[in-house]
Design a binder for this molecule. Sequence first.
Ligand SMILES: Nc1ncnc2c1ncn2[C@@H]1O[C@H](COP(=O)(O)OP(=O)(O)OP(=O)(O)O)[C@@H](O)[C@H]1O
Ligand SMILES: [Mg+2]
Length: 469
Amino acid sequence: MNGPLSLRTRIALLFALSVTAALLLASRWFAYVGNARLLADARQELCGKVAWAQAMLRAVHTPEDWARLEARAPDIRYGQPGMAFLITDRGSVRDAFGAKPEIRRLAAIPPGAKATPATLTVGSRVLLVAAARMPVGIPGARPVRVAIGLDITHDRLFSHHFERTIDITILALGMALGGLGWLVARRGLSPIKAVSSRMAALSARTLDQPLASAPVPREMEELVRAFELMRTHLHDAFRRLTQFSDDLAHELRTPLSNCLLQTQVTLDGAADLQRYRAALQANEEECQRLSRMMADMLFMAKADNRLEKPRCEALDLAAEVAALFEFYDAQAAEQGVRLTLTGHARLQADKLMLRRAISNLLSNALAFTARGDAIRVHMETSDDGFAVLGVTNPGPEIPEAEQARIFERLYRADAARQNNASDHLGLGLAITRSIVELHGGAIGVSCRNGHTTFTMRLPALCGEAPAGA
Ligand SMILES: Nc1ncnc2c1ncn2[C@@H]1O[C@H](COP(=O)(O)OP(=O)(O)OP(=O)(O)O)[C@@H](O)[C@H]1O
Ligand SMILES: [Mg+2]
């Protein structure tokens, strides 16, 4: 047989084998009890015959009585036509009836003080025999030897036939039960079949449909729940991938069509050096945008596949933020926004990556903070060994449904996305998250009372994310 047995066949076989074994065991027990009963009946009958013979012999007082006994002896066969009977006196036969081989075997049985029944097989017949010395009524006469054999062949044949019939019936029943078990197992396992065919039919287009349309048996609930979770994850990943490729196409189309348009317009017009220069400058800007996008995408792809390794060094987080403040000072002053820094933390991290991650948060905060307001950066070392940095700015709150999505690549809020000419690609937070995760940390956002806070948690020791990271 190829491969392991199917679950259905296993259940059916086990069911049939166990039921057959149990029935066979029960039938053996019943046969044993039946045989014991038959033997007990035969013994009782034999004892009755022995008692009858004893009474007859005690009634022999004269030699004439012997002749009467011999005449009446065949009566002992009443109800037992196949019985063998033998009386011997000092080796010579006084009376005997039955088949010759049986008489010979009876003569060979050593007589006991008491007639104890035993079974004896003679040819195809089975006898229950007993032999004993019995006194006669003649005063001074020696006891004679009496042997009686009851024919129990019929009982034995009956038992044998009964056992065989039951065995055949049980085997047939076992086979029928095997078939029945197979049908029952098939019906019982049908939810597995339904779920597996639903899984086999799963494709990119049907990833949003649940695996089981009806409730499944309790034993399968955990399995189906695990598959459902996997399907949801796959669906989510697939949706994000589709969204990402849509966004990517969208982001690439604008600069490329700008380049194309500039080039065509320039070529169609009169040859003019200034025109060419302006067109090439515009094209250069678009190309720079594209190349920046590609570099960012490449960085994230490497980070996600752990190909980018952070070069860790001991850093003073406050000093790093202060250095970034210097960079953003001019822009902040121009926008009329204040930058404040509180707290202190030390950690091991890749300096350039860390600056890039914080810089993305600061640049976002600057974009959403109104003139006259302040951006607050706060840091501390948590009890569980993380350097925690929060960047808070007053401004429009991010709707809850969007809070997880803003960390996706190329995701921008609708208003930002409409402006194709915008310099923003929607990659800043995705890069920040990649960097944070590369360091074994986590990032999240929360909005409260008109303030948005991005919080980064980084393990203080590089590559040693404390439990719960
Ligand atoms: N501090 C903030 N307040 C409100 N919304 C924000 C804030 N920071 C980010 N967002 C939202 O998250 C989106 C994604 O931010 P992300 O930094 O990834 O992209 P971006 O700033 O639009 O482009 P890029 O960073 O590539 O220049 C933004 O478009 C914006 O809608
Ligand atoms: Mg940004």
